[in-house]
Design a protein around this ligand. Structure first.
Ligand code: EPU
Length: 427
């Protein structure tokens, strides 16, 4: 299996562009199921998860044209009048986001069958809020043979209060309710920018949604929607990756396309640590000089510091001056799997439940390590920028699920990083 080889080098310099947000495009692709016809999605990242989601749609009879993806970042999706409203296990199990086809399929065809998501490196991730929400809209939901089956002749508007602002539940229920009969009110929704993006797409398709960027969405169901063209928002998590890379390697980098307003709290936290981010024309400018300073980090739903930023921030803390407490409030303790890999590089991290105590050391020490998921894998690549010797990141295919080419992007900023095909077992 391919691995990524990293050596510390000069401070990073120059410009790098971010792709369209992974966590937005996957939902936009699911949303196309709501209307027959030709949909065009632009600013799409050429990443593995987009390929898998495309395969999920294709298996339902949807035409997915990826020929413009590499060169123009464009995806053309032809949704027929009749689809097979079922997601096959072999594809759906590869990406958890496939659960969000359930809402649109149920709304349009009155029936949907989607495999229940299994566990992953984030630990068990229940979908009880999705199920309760569909039931509140009049659906009957059953779990049989590992699949979640939902039925409703026509969904009817209802009142839903989420126990927690779940990103996936908000998206799934939003997509179900746009074609429901009557009014739906969803309270305590997630407010991530990717949800705002989905609302913009649905609105352009003819949906009636009020409350964007607030905790309550009010949806007036319509009878039909129509296809449209939509540009995906930039990936704030990819932007954070480069910002933290600058913190680890020092330097002066412009991240083209990144929107500071989507990463305010992160920018404040990074400033506390000595990494400065400011808005420039069509992007952000990041500078960092010298050793970063430790600062406590606590993850929260948006607008708080995203749990997906945590692997980067924790990596930065491993070489920061001082001691910091990192608290995970979104996932279970398992999301610290990559900590063992950082420890192999000489990081001083103690974990206890949802907390990690990080005592900064001046430098890490390059070692063979393994990626466990997209963002943690990318964070380990970044760790190599602040390590003596060579860092070899195995199982790097995880990184390709979410980055078009992280290696090429970092290289363009002057980092000493390469892909390598190992002869051995990937470690
Ligand atoms: N949860 C429940 N019940 C539910 C739904 C969620 O208990 O019915 C819990 C989850 O177990 C978790 C928490 O609520 O502890 C948050 O889950 P959420 O539903 O908000 O997350 P998600 O929709 O499954 C998306 C992103 C994740 C990101 C989280 C949190 C996508 C495809 N994934 O997941 O991103 O970490 O929101 O912001 O949008 C990634 O990019 O690699 C990634 C994992």
């Amino acid at each position: 299996m391919r691995r990524i080889v990293v050596r510390a080098g000069n401070p990073l310099q120059g410009e790098v562009a971010v792709s369209g947000a992974k966590n937005s495009v996957l939902k936009c692709m699911a949303a196309t199921l709501l209307a027959p016809g030709r949909h065009v999605i632009t600013n799409v990242a050429a990443i593995d998860d987009v390929t898998v989601m495309g395969d999920v749609l294709s298996a339902m009879g949807v035409g997915v044209d990826r020929s413009g993806l590499a060169a123009e970042s464009t995806l053309v999706i032809d949704v027929p009048e009749v689809c097979t409203p079922e997601a096959p296990y072999e594809l759906a199990e590869k990406i958890r986001a496939s659960i969000v086809v359930l809402g649109p399929l149920l709304a349009r065809f009155g029936y949907a069958k989607v495999p229940l998501p299994g566990g992953d490196d984030f630990g068990s991730r229940p979908i009880d809020m999705h199920i309760k929400g569909f039931e509140a809209l009049g659906a009957t939901v059953n779990i049989r043979h590992g699949d979640l089956e939902a039925r409703a002749d026509r969904l009817v508007g209802g009142r839903i209060a989420l126990d927690y602002p779940s990103v996936g539940a908000t998206e799934n229920l939003l997509m179900a309710s746009v074609l429901a009969k009557g009014t739906t009110v969803i309270d305590n929704v997630a407010r991530e920018p990717e949800i705002g993006d989905l609302i913009d797409l649905l609105t352009a398709m003819g949906a009636q949604i009020a409350g964007k960027d607030t905790s309550t969405l009010t949806i007036e169901g319509v009878d039909t929607l129509h296809p449209t063209e939509h540009a995906v928002i930039p990936d704030r998590i990819e932007a954070a990756t480069y910002a933290v890379a600058v913190g680890l390697a020092e330097g002066d980098v412009t991240i083209k396309g990144a929107r500071l307003e989507h990463m305010d709290m992160l920018a404040e936290k990074l400033a506390e640590m000595g990494v400065h981010i400011s808005a420039v024309d069509n992007g952000v400018w990041v500078t960092s000089e010298g050793r970063p300073r430790s600062a406590d980090v606590s993850t929260l739903p948006y607008p708080g510091i995203a749990t997906d930023y945590k692997p980067f921030l924790l990596t930065l803390l491993t070489v920061s001056d001082g001691v910091a407490i990192v608290t995970e409030n979104v996932y279970g303790a398992n999301r610290y799997a990559y900590v063992a890999e950082l420890s192999r590089m000489g990081a001083d991290i103690r974990t206890e439940g949802h907390h990690a105590v990080v005592r900064g050391v001046p430098r890490l020490s390059g070692a063979p390590i393994k990626a466990h998921d997209i963002r943690a894998g990318a964070a380990l690549v970044l760790a190599g920028l602040a390590a003596d010797g060579t860092t070899l990141v195995g199982d790097a295919h995880h990184v390709e699920r979410g980055y078009a080419d992280l290696v090429a992007s970092l290289k363009s900023l002057g980092a000493d990083v390469e892909w390598e095909e190992p002869a051995g077992d990937g470690r």
